[in-house]
Design a protein around this ligand. Structure first.
Ligand SMILES: *Cc1c(COP(=O)(O)O)cnc(C)c1O
Length: 481
């Protein structure tokens, strides 16, 4: 049994604690301090007052929960200390919550970091449209009410070969709207191997249930044959659903019915095929040195009735869900009352129009859409950027910071191309007397925040996901160390 050390336990009577509390300065007197006065000239006064109150409350709490004299004496209650703490807190509370960060993780489509960053043309277009009135729902020709979809539909159709197109809040909403429109109370046949869960708990079976469609699973996890689909067709069947296995692959002893085969079966049975393409590649991924992915164009050419895909995955635009395909089915979705619930905003339309216009010149899309540029970055380009980052950090490193070249893998992320490992390049950082997790914390909470990976107690920064100007920002962050 351990003996309790009596000299340490020294419960202070509450009365004595109250005396300490009474000695704390009042908010009003702290507000008269020089630095606080100056601060209220720079940021809203209520933010400063709230910070002072919070710092004082914290002192009170710590005093009341102290058990020894030593604990209490360790609490800094002098005006200078309180002032310093309150200034830091007020400045921190006054910064924007949503802020730009440097993505040094090497994961191109990082859902926690806002997925696809917009290119300069799209960002400028958002600013131009958001700060002015615009013809969102006005036909300038006739002066009559127009459709907000008109700004995008023909562009999508000409890029993909679709007869009609519609946009909603995101791809999850697109899948939901399609099922809710075409399959409420009816049966939808889907392969067991395609019942995906995407990050953030988007589960195909759950979405189908919410839409009112009845899920009919066919096949097994690894094998589904055409006969399985055929056998499952009943009078209540309304469509076949194919789901792109975006974030996983089933390998080994497998069988899958191709889209073409399913379309052929569908036309024999008089049933449409809908595909949730997930990330939905617009460009030719193979031309970028990546594993081939079916393009939306190919999916439509293979005869799918409707395809849905995300705006902010491989497309590289704003968050949105695109529904494209047969005119008649797109029209049915458009007339659904839920369109009003799921509709997209003018800023999204502005960003999407600017992004899609780049696809009219494929070379330009690869250069100017950040996601495509990052995914297509070759070894030489990566090595050059990594060398630049290394040299820049060496200049500010000093004795305590060790910078080493790093080579590894970067990921596509965002539930796209799950097995693709892109070559990663960058630097490793070690700071003496600090764990890699602490270094990561310091960088993440700096201004601007830099988000990096920790691997084997080394901080790794991958240049693949860096945008122009990021190397300077990272260098500044290290200068502040
Ligand atoms: C990502 C993904 C979704 C969800 O798309 P969001 O645009 O994030 O809503 C749905 N289905 C598949 C197959 C996906 O890959």
């Amino acid at each position: 049994m351990r003996l309790i050390n009596r000299t340490v336990i020294n419960i202070i009577p509450d009365k004595e604690k109250q005396a300490y509390l009474r000695h704390l300065p009042a908010v009003d007197s702290l507000l008269k301090l020089d630095r606080i006065q100056r601060l209220t000239g720079q940021i809203p006064r209520p933010v400063v007052v709230e910070a002072l109150q919070s710092v004082l409350n914290d002192c009170r709490r710590r005093i009341m929960s102290s058990t020894t004299q030593k604990d209490i004496l360790a609490i800094k209650t002098d005006s200078a200390s309180l002032e310093k703490e309150a200034v830091a807190l007020a400045l921190n509370n006054n910064t924007y919550s949503l802020r730009p960060v440097v993505n040094a993780t090497g994961t191109v489509l990082h859902t926690n970091l806002g997925r696809a960053p917009l290119g300069p043309a799209a960002a400028a277009r958002v600013a131009a449209i958001a700060g002015a009135y615009n013809n969102l729902e006005l036909d300038l020709e006739t002066g009559e009410r127009g459709s907000r979809m008109a700004h995008l539909e023909s562009l999508i159709c000409s890029l993909t070969g679709a007869e009609g197109a519609l946009l909603v809040n995101n791809n999850a909403a697109a899948v939901f709207l399609v099922l809710q429109t075409l399959a409420t109370g009816k049966e939808v046949i889907v392969s067991r191997g395609e019942l995906v869960e995407i990050g953030g708990s988007f589960r195909i079976p759950a979405v189908m249930r919410a839409s009112g469609a009845k899920l009919v699973e066919v096949g097994t996890t690894n094998k589904t044959y055409e006969q399985d689909y055929e056998d499952a067709v009943t009078e209540d069947t309304t469509l076949f659903l194919k789901v792109h296995t975006s974030n996983y692959r089933i390998m080994g002893f497998t069988a899958e019915v191709s889209l073409k085969e399913l379309v052929a079966l569908g036309s024999r049975k008089g049933l449409p095929v809908v595909e949730d393409a997930g990330s939905g590649a617009m460009p030719d991924m193979a031309a970028m040195g990546l594993p081939p992915e079916p393009r939306i164009k190919d999916t439509l050419r293979d005869g799918v009735s409707l395809v849905t895909f995300s705006g902010d995955k491989l497309l590289g635009g704003p968050q949105a869900g695109i529904i494209a395909g047969k005119k008649e089915l797109v029209e049915m979705c458009r007339k659904n009352q839920l369109m009003r619930v799921l509709r997209i905003d003018k800023m999204v339309i502005a960003a999407m129009e600017a992004t899609l216009r780049l696809y009219r010149e494929p070379e330009r899309a690869l250069r100017e859409i950040p996601v495509l540029r990052m995914l297509g970055a070759g070894r030489e380009e990566m090595a050059a950027a990594a060398g630049e980052l290394f040299n820049s950090l060496q200049q500010v490193a000093g004795e305590k910071i060790k910078i080493t070249p790093w080579e590894g893998v970067s990921a596509v992320g965002g539930g796209a191309l799950p097995l693709t490992e892109l070559p990663g390049r960058g630097v490793g950082v070690e700071v003496s007397g600090m764990s890699a997790a602490e270094v990561a914390y310091r960088l993440r909470t700096g201004m601007p925040p830099v988000v990096a990976r920790v691997h084997k107690d080394r901080l790794i920064m991958d240049v693949r996901t860096m945008l122009s100007g990021d190397i300077e920002k990272i260098t500044e962050a290290f200068r502040a160390f």
